[in-house]
Design a protein around this ligand. Structure first.
Ligand code: COA
Length: 373
């Protein structure tokens, strides 16, 4: 295999610098601005992590209180955006709704020059759940919800808008933790797409719209929805074991497994699995969690492939009563922090991102007039 082939999909290619995150780095693992993901998941709130990513340091108590108050104040939607969301058809995938919502927000609240980029990031962080759940509740339940709540946390706010009431603490905390785990992941496909768009000196809404489009696909963020559909196909762990063997024989891709950078495990998986078990016990589940474990065992035994962050996140969300089609949009509500931080980092030392291609087409040939072809 040539060096060029090995770099297919830019695997292993260092495409730039970042101070935001390490992924699978020896001796460091997954870190956000130098903090270990396990420390953040155990001790921080998602808002603290958002502040860390966007402002470069952990907030003091006063800074965090001010930050939370600001995010809370940015949750309402302009009437014109609500009208657009009502017009987006009920059968639309919610990732496409978010793409349209962010794009339209960029029409009515354009970024202009980049002097308020942190303010644009905060606005998006605050109102993505509002965009998603205003559309969802309008079409699913026929109600026009108020998109502001008293919940301090984005996790509590999200579940409140979805279910119409504040969530139990275990459920809120679990969503909060998955938001922390999904917040940032170096030069993943959607972040890189956002940086490429930013590199042309385009606006933040455009970069986020492009990132949402990249995240939507099942090889990236869409894997959590595909994993849920897979888990729900089986009515017992034995059926799952047999079914996954058959899929592997057919060379099917098993969603929620494997990773471009990690080779032996995804550090986020242990935390997601622990939350999935706690929520399964709370829900009295005796099927989906054991089926998930059966799938995980076959994948490791047969392929040495491990569950990535999306596999157990699927049942975490399912046990919270989140409809499957809202799983990847939750990823957006979290990753907006990483995307925005990368957009700002790219702008701080911008260079147009324009790689070269190896040409594999025909060599120079003579023009043939149309009647002679
Ligand atoms: N199910 C079955 N086989 C898998 C697999 C999976 N989920 N992931 C990788 N493999 C196999 C590939 O088929 C390939 O086998 P081969 O060498 O016999 O052709 C080998 O493992 C290497 O995989 P490759 O596709 O080259 O790795 P990649 O770095 O290009 O892809 C992913 C990484 C994440 C795209 C890939 O693992 C995948 O498609 N996973 C499922 C989707 C998913 O969960 N995405 C979320 C990622 S966080």
């Amino acid at each position: 295999m040539t060096e060029k082939k090995k770099a297919g999909g830019l695997a292993g290619v260092v495409a730039g610098q970042t101070a935001l995150c390490t992924v699978g780095k020896e001796g460091a693992g997954l870190t956000y601005r130098g903090y270990d993901i396990y420390d953040l998941a155990d001790n921080a709130s998602f808002e603290e992590v958002a502040y860390l990513l966007l402002h470069g340091k952990l907030p003091s108590r006063a800074e965090l209180d001010g930050y939370i108050a600001n995010i809370k104040s940015l949750r309402s939607l302009p009437d014109a955006l609500k009208t657009v969301l009502e017009m987006v058809p009920a059968g639309t995938h919610p990732m496409d709704v978010l793409r349209t919502g962010v794009s339209f927000l960029g029409n009515i609240e354009p970024e202009g020059d980049f002097s308020n980029q942190a303010g644009v990031a905060d606005r998006l962080l605050a109102c993505l759940p509002s965009i998603l759940l205003y559309w969802h509740r309008f079409h699913a339940d026929g109600v026009r919800i108020e998109t502001t709540t008293d919940d301090d946390s984005i996790a509590g706010h999200f579940l409140h808008l979805l279910h119409g009431e504040a969530p139990p603490e275990l459920v809120r905390k679990s969503l909060d933790t998955t938001l922390i785990l999904y917040a940032e992941h170096e030069f993943n496909a959607s972040t890189f797409a956002g940086r490429v768009i930013t590199g042309t000196l385009s606006d933040m809404h455009s970069a986020v719209v492009g990132a949402i489009g990249a995240l939507r696909g099942p090889l990236h963020g869409g894997a959590n929805e595909a994993a849920m559909e897979l888990i729900q196909k089986f009515d017992s762990p034995d059926a799952a074991t047999a079914g996954i063997h058959a899929m592997l024989e057919r060379k099917d891709l098993i969603m929620g497994f494997g990773h471009r950078v990690y080779t032996t495990s995804d550090p986020r998986n242990a935390l997601n699995k622990r939350m999935s078990k706690a929520l399964a016990d709370r829900a009295g589940d005796t099927l989906l969690f054991p089926v998930s474990e059966a799938i995980e065992k076959v994948m490791w035994d047969e392929k040495r492939l491990f569950a990535n962050a999306d596999f157990y996140a699927a049942t975490v969300y399912h046990f919270m009563g989140v409809p499957t089609y809202l799983f990847t949009p939750i990823f957006v509500c979290s990753r907006i922090t990483g995307w925005a931080a990368h957009i700002m980092e790219q702008r701080a030392d911008n260079k147009l991102i324009r790689p070269a291609a190896e040409y594999i087409g025909p060599s120079l040939r003579e023009w043939v007039a149309i009647d002679d072809r």
